[in-house]
Write a protein that binds this ligand. Structure first.
Ligand code: ATP
Length: 369
């Protein structure tokens, strides 16, 4: 049972009608949503959509213009940032260069006046959690970027916050290290049971680490759901397009069986999609089709009602996969992706080839907007 679906679970964070304006500009627009304990919650969206503003309000660096934010049922507005059970880890890590790894992790605990033994125990626990035991005596400049990232994480978890905010936590790492660190981050989140809220530009990263992804657009969360459901059942063209690769075909709908028949262009066959959405006769609609759900063949596919003829325009060979851009006679490009499970044969499809695209009636998602 996912916590955000469990009626017995109380939310850790509640946004209630939260608006944040900077002068005339509305950065966050009347948002009401919950984040639950132990969630790994990702805020995802294009630059300027309000991700950082959300974080800064949670951290206490900004206050909402309207509405309230509750932490464990308590309004956080009157609580100063350093008194909240919330910590923020910055992209720059902000480690003290002159202090050892051990002292960096101990810093907040010392400031809180914790007993020496308790500090020692807690730092040891954090060093173990982040696999930094061997580096305790080193200074930040004597360890690698990945290790510095772990020190920053250990330091921000030392005081056992209820909520940890992570602003582009892996932004400073190179691609390969970033991937390994994503799994480490998930592991640490699970072990500590701390609620993580992450802001990232990288949709693959959000999909990898988060248990729930909130896609934002102009100061609003437009869909918040598991990565799989966001990918498989986007609620709008905006979300379908923002997450992963997709072809959008615009057309008009006509009821047919357990779904709709969609006409999209003169001289092109109708398409079929099984769908629960309620559309009126002739309503404008959009089909969102993931490339890996589209088959590409030299012969017309049998048993598929959705079959379109086109010409290969581009091929991207990615080793394990190949992505084809196929142009329909209407000029529209449809993307198809195949898994290269065998070695490419000499008869493989190539540029300018006339091909057939096909997909099942349940492969495409029908969207109203
Ligand atoms: P990015 O991914 O580029 O960091 P973001 O989604 O985090 O973007 P925010 O930093 O939350 O976006 O900013 C949202 C909007 O609010 C932007 O248009 C920004 O210019 C504006 N904004 C943020 N802080 C302020 C401020 N202190 N004064 C005026 N406008 C601000």
């Amino acid at each position: 049972f996912e916590p955000w679906n469990d009626p017995n679970e109380k939310p850790l964070i509640q946004f209630k009608g939260v608006t944040k304006r900077f002068g005339e500009f509305t950065a966050i627009d009347n948002q009401t949503f919950d984040i639950f304990a132990r969630e790994f919650f990702a805020l995802l969206g294009p630059s300027g959509c309000g991700k950082t503003t959300m974080m800064r309000m949670l951290a206490g660096f900004e206050t909402p213009t309207e509405g309230t934010i509750l932490l464990a049922g308590q309004d956080i507005a009157p609580i100063p940032p350093n008194k909240r059970a919330v910590n923020m880890m910055f992209q720059s890590y902000a480690l003290f260069p002159h202090l050892s790894v051990w002292d960096n992790i101990a810093f907040g605990l010392k400031r809180d006046g914790l007993a020496k033994d308790a500090i020692g125990d807690r730092v040891a626990e954090m060093l173990k959690l982040t696999r930094l035991e061997k580096f305790a005596r080193r200074k930040p400049h004597q360890i690698s970027g990945g290790q510095r990232q772990r020190v920053a994480l250990a330091r921000s978890l030392a005081k056992a916050p209820k909520l940890l905010l992570l602003d582009e936590p892996l932004g400073a790492l190179d691609a390969k290290l970033r991937q390994d660190t994503q799994f480490e981050l998930m592991d640490i989140q699970e072990k500590t049971g701390t609620t993580f809220v992450i802001v990232t530009h990288d949709q693959e990263e959000a999909m990898t680490v988060a248990s729930r992804v909130a896609v934002m657009d102009h100061g609003r969360i437009v869909q918040a759901d598991t990565p799989a459901r966001i990918y498989e059942n986007p609620n709008s063209v905006y979300v379908a397009d923002f997450i992963g690769d997709v072809t959008i075909i615009e057309g008009t709908a006509k009821r047919s069986g357990d779904g709709y028949e969609i006409s999209f262009a003169e001289g092109q066959p109708a398409l079929y999609a099984v769908s629960d959405v309620q559309l009126t006769q002739g309503q404008r609609c959009y089909l969102a089709i993931r490339p890996e759900k589209v088959s590409i063949t030299a012969e017309k596919p049998e048993n598929l009602r959705n079959a379109l003829k086109g010409k290969i325009l581009d091929i991207a060979y990615l080793g394990n996969l190949s992505t084809y851009h196929v142009e329909l006679p209407t000029g529209q490009i449809v993307k198809a992706q195949t898994a290269n499970t065998r070695r490419l044969s000499r008869r493989a499809l190539t540029w300018e080839d006339e091909v057939w695209l096909g997909w099942t009636d349940t492969a495409a998602v029908l969207l109203e907007q």
